[in-house]
Design a protein around this ligand. Structure first.
Ligand code: IMP
Length: 196
């Protein structure tokens, strides 16, 4: 079994990623590393930077996941600043910004960065889920903006779904599937023999 350390302090993300790992025989081990986070509009850049930093400390196979909510009517704000916006104005603040706004289109994006010994570069895996912003919060599961995000093709918000249901369609689930596919294709015994 491949073991990947996960540098994250967000319990919602940790739970989802551990579950996702279990579907593919990948053991995800959360780690409480001090997070060196760079300010950038690019999730790719943020996750790459964090993965390099975490790897310099740990020197073991690890992943970092960065994600954000992009709202069309707000020129794709808050994007890479989603955790700051969640901590400051929160769900209520976002709904206020969208009061009277008809265009509720939005998407979540997730970037997973993989760094490991024997890997010549950090690999990035991306997942996106399109949907709309609800007019009021619904549901109590998940985390962050889950109560106001209704994914395309569903009547439920992410917070009204079981974790498995969210994982099947979420940005994080999609990015993880890319990672699992890459590992299945590239993780030969020679390269990944020490990834346990
Ligand atoms: P970061 O990736 O730790 O910088 O945080 C991303 C922020 O985006 C989180 O704190 C949430 O507010 C939001 N977010 C990312 N993914 C999700 C999700 O799956 N559900 C709800 N909110 C999310």
């Amino acid at each position: 079994m491949v073991r990947l350390y996960l540098a994250s302090r967000n319990p919602g993300k940790v739970s989802e990623l551990r579950k996702l790992g279990s579907y593919f025989g990948i053991e995800i081990v959360p780690l409480d590393l001090p997070k060196v986070e760079v300010q950038s509009e690019s999730l790719e850049y943020v996750s790459l930077f964090s993965a390099v930093n975490a790897f310099l400390t740990l020197r073991k196979p690890l992943i970092v996941e960065d994600s954000g909510l992009y709202i069309e009517a707000l020129n794709f704000f808050p994007g890479a600043y989603s955790s700051f916006v969640y901590r400051t104005i929160g769900i209520r603040g976002v709904l206020k910004l969208l009061e009277g706004v008809e265009n509720r289109q939005a998407y979540f994006k997730s970037v997973i960065a993989l760094a490991a010994p024997n890997l010549p570069e950090v690999k990035l895996f991306t997942g996106v889920v399109y949907g709309v912003i609800a007019t009021e919060p619904r549901g109590s599961r998940g985390f962050g903006f889950d109560p106001i995000f209704i994914p395309e093709g569903s009547a439920k918000t992410f917070a009204e779904m079981e974790e498995d249901e969210k994982n099947r369609i979420s940005h994080r689930g999609r990015a993880f599937m890319e990672l699992a596919g890459w590992l299945a294709d590239n993780c030969s015994k020679v390269m990944c023999y020490s990834w346990t």
